[in-house]
Ligand binder design. Structure first.
Ligand code: SF4
Length: 392
């Protein structure tokens, strides 16, 4: 598995604490050069089943820049013919909005034309992604409500999102959407409307994120000043229930706490994380895991561009590995396998976590069926409390 971090966005969203920033063409070119050098340095010709371009907004790179990165990956790894290759994109970047104020350029690098908010469907870019080998498009829609999108500081509106999805469906079968809940001013009705729209958009995968207010964001300052009208805890719980009831009714199976997919369209890359597979992470702040040791790259983009590839190492102790196996695996509806636990760690899971498993079974949060240990529906919504129990 390979993760490639692209830290550039057109504009910083008001809630965003990811490693992302605005970048000009020169900075993007230097970053791509550094990325290629890192891939050349660390590539080991191993087999790759999934590649994930995340960010930031990887679709702010030109096709030419993406092609160079993919060439480096192909040169240094054995990418399987059936590999899942995902790119994250935003509706506002895929459908080019030529807007002087935002300074957005189109794919060809042409300067913005003087009319603001002029939408041009950018088929060439989507077609180009497909030609490069991307076969999964993950779109950061977040909401279909224009007022909420504005509060979030997103660069797109609802119409752009719907048009982008329709356009993307011409090139990609596997389109995924990100939606958010627990937003300022958001009501259950807003969310209901979002979910109804999803039903008719012919996408194959939906990821759901509850808003978290993180330090260093605009929302953090507004919340501290009491200027953010956030839904209360009960409303957020109702929103979560609405999502988990509605999406399966529309044909999206819930295969993980926050992820829903049409059968056979589950994210292979994310399942790899939850099942403890090895992965390479390239780019500023990217993490890697070789089965024993976790490492992370320097987070600062300017430092990374100077080809500072020194990594921070974190040895995963056997105890931490067992804990992780449980709380990552339990995120998935199919849960964890006692046999796999024994194969990986040479111990019986009930000898190590028997007390925790029994306690949560009694509380109706966990179930055991043969080899499998998994969450009940109630356990899924109280996941964090159960995960805490698994920390030895
Ligand atoms: S598009 Fe995503 S990564 Fe970029 S600023 Fe917004 S939330 Fe952050």
């Amino acid at each position: 598995m390979i993760y490639i971090h692209v830290p550039f966005c057109e504009r910083k969203c008001n809630y965003c604490a990811f490693n992302s920033k605005r970048g000009d063409e020169a900075e993007k070119n230097s970053y791509v050069k550094a990325l290629i050098e890192e891939i050349n340095l660390r590539g080991d010709n191993s087999k790759v089943e999934t590649i994930y371009f995340g960010g930031g907004t990887p679709a702010t790179l030109t096709l030419n820049q993406l092609e160079k990165i993919l060439c480096a990956v192909n040169k240094n790894f054995f990418v399987e013919a059936q590999a899942e290759i995902t790119i994250e994109a935003n509706p506002g970047t895929v459908l080019s909005i030529r807007n002087e104020e935002l300074g957005i350029r189109n794919y060809y690098g042409a300067k913005s034309i003087p009319h603001s908010s002029f939408l041009i469907p950018n088929c060439s870019y989507l077609r180009g992604l497909k030609v490069l080998g991307f076969n999964r498009l993950s779109l950061g829609v977040q909401s279909f409500d224009d007022a909420l999108l504005k509060i979030l500081g997103r660069i797109h509106d609802s119409r752009t999102a719907i048009e982008t999805i329709a356009l993307a469906k011409n090139f990609f079968v596997n389109v995924s959407l990100d939606l958010m809940y627990g937003l300022p001013n958001q009501t259950l009705n807003h969310l209901r409307r979002d979910l109804e729209l999803v039903k008719n958009l012919d996408v194959r995968h939906v990821s759901i994120y509850g808003l978290e207010i993180e330090e260093g964001t605009k929302f953090f300052e507004l919340a501290r000043a009491g200027k953010l009208n956030l839904p209360d805890e009960n409303t957020c719980a109702d929103m979560y229930d609405l999502i988990t009831e509605t999406l399966p009714a529309f044909g999206f199976n819930r295969y993980e706490i926050s992820n829903f997919a049409v059968k056979n369209f589950e994210s292979r890359h994310n399942i790899g994380y939850w099942t403890g597979k090895k992965y390479f992470g390239f780019g500023a702040g990217a993490h890697s895991f070789d089965g024993k040791q976790r490492t992370s790259n320097v987070r600062d983009v300017a430092t990374y561009i100077k080809k500072n590839f020194s990594i921070v190492e974190e040895v995963v102790t056997p105890q931490a590995a067992m804990e992780e196996f449980c709380f990552l695996g339990l995120r998935m509806t199919e849960g964890i396998s006692a046999r796999t636990f024994e194969k990986n760690f040479g111990k019986n899971i009930f000898d190590v976590f028997g007390g925790v498993i029994d306690k949560n079974r009694r509380l109706g949060l966990l179930e055991v069926d043969g080899d499998k240990i998994f969450f009940t529906a109630r356990g899924m919504s109280l996941g964090n409390e159960v995960f805490a129990d698994f920390l030895l």
